[in-house]
Write a protein that binds this ligand. Sequence first.
Ligand code: F6P
Length: 290
Amino acid sequence: NVKDVEIIGFIDGYKGLMYEKYKKMKPKDFYDILNVGGSILGNSRCPFKRMRIIENGFDKVKAMKNTYKKLELDCLVVLGGNGSIKSANMLSQEGLNVIALPKTIDNDAWGTDYTFGYSSATAIATRYLEIKTTAASHSRVFVIEVMGHKVGHICLSAGIAAGADVILLPEIPYDIKVVAKKVKETLKNEKNYAIIACAEGAISEADALMKRKDYKAKVLARNGRSVAYEVADELSQEIDAEIRVSCIGHAQRGGNPNSYDREISTRFGVEGARLIIKKHYGEYVVLQGN
Ligand code: F6P
């Protein structure tokens, strides 16, 4: 019976669990959230790799376990991307009852074909990539950077959907000469503009060969200028055309979820509830085979 269920929402996710910041959720808290993006509880971006580090004498894992015990929770339900799910797994190994649901625009969580938020973000990215009118008016080449962390799912889908001329993904390091050749052919044979969809994690062949720490130092030295600017700089050495950079950024995570994300997140939620009822703790809701 739903009346027997008590739900506690931790403010800003793991931070709320650490510092005992929570609220008792009422059914009305959930009305009308289906079409709302983001999170009604907030998010604190607590990186998994720092979870076990004691900071200023504060033991985060111990604090989370204490809150769990003090509130006599039956199960902790974690919604989030890779970092959140890794932390959920750690808490499960620490003996707490935990279930996790994959929620990130990046679609990069292990074991699932889908992470909710991805379709909505891809739809926004597609719209931003459709920059044809201004690109054609000024005969320009656009390098448009798309979010997605270290993976290229959003960029690939949105790039295909928007008919981008070139798509640069982290998974396939690029050679700027090949990119330039394609852009030149497009400008010569097809139209007076070209669109390059560039994933934020895109990397050149040369950079992909660098040692991880050297590459990290190189990225830091960019001083916040992202990879799209580097692609534009390199391309300007190869082609004679006006190039502009446009970064979509967090606009992809703004706005309302689309119909697919509303439907699929509901289905994920129902499955999560089933796991709790069956006491299948330590499990993770995934979509496989679609
Ligand atoms: O993981 C989602 C994501 O939007 C990535 O695509 C992006 O790399 C990152 O988060 C941005 O993080 P922040 O919102 O902390 O700037």
